[in-house]
Design a binder for this molecule. Structure first.
Ligand code: CA2
Length: 151
């Protein structure tokens, strides 16, 4: 059996994780986040394609490339969550089950972080669980893929 592919996409400044602001984002680096995802994927028997970019258009292209290739998307759009209609439109266009992840609890922070355009295209949001939110999101997407395959 071919393992279903889940894209794990990360937005701007997440390459700085672990280097600054540990009181908000913890001490894990982006490499550590990738390891969390690799271990979760092995446990769940899915494949992942883990990426990070600081460029909004690159995220849009990566989301579009998921069409016909991936079964689901886990995305931490970082600050683009709060600004990007383009990301929301791309996710709605591909129509894949999507879980939005935020390492911090955005609802306990500044009010401009309380709104996410991306949430309008997501099945659900994991916010505030630290980097383990990525593993929880992969679990949720895998459950959804299994439900789709049983239908
Ligand atoms: O909590 C999250 O995962 C966020 O998506 C992180 C974004 C922020 O804009 C969102 O509101 C919530 C920030 C990305 C990481 O930025 C860093 C900045 C300095 C040091 C380390 C990371």
């Amino acid at each position: 059996m071919i393992r279903p592919l889940i894209a794990v996409l990360n937005g701007p400044n997440l390459n700085m994780l672990g280097l600054r602001q540990p009181e908000i984002y913890g001490r894990a680096t982006l490499d550590d986040v990738e390891q969390v995802c690799i271990q979760a994927a092995e446990r769940l028997d899915v494949a992942i394609d883990f990426r990070q970019t600081n460029i909004e258009g690159e995220l849009v292209s990566w989301i579009q490339e998921c069409r016909g290739r991936a079964r689901g998307i886990v995305i931490n759009p970082a600050a683009y969550s709060h600004t990007s209609i383009a990301l929301m439109d791309a996710l709605l266009a591909v129509g894949l089950p999507t879980v939005e992840v935020h390492i911090s609890n955005t609802f306990r922070r500044e009010s401009f972080r309380h709104h996410s355009y991306v949430s309008l295209a997501a099945i659900g949001v994991m916010a505030g669980f630290g980097v383990r939110g990525y593993a929880l999101a992969l679990q949720a997407i895998t459950d959804i893929i299994e439900d789709e395959d049983e239908r």
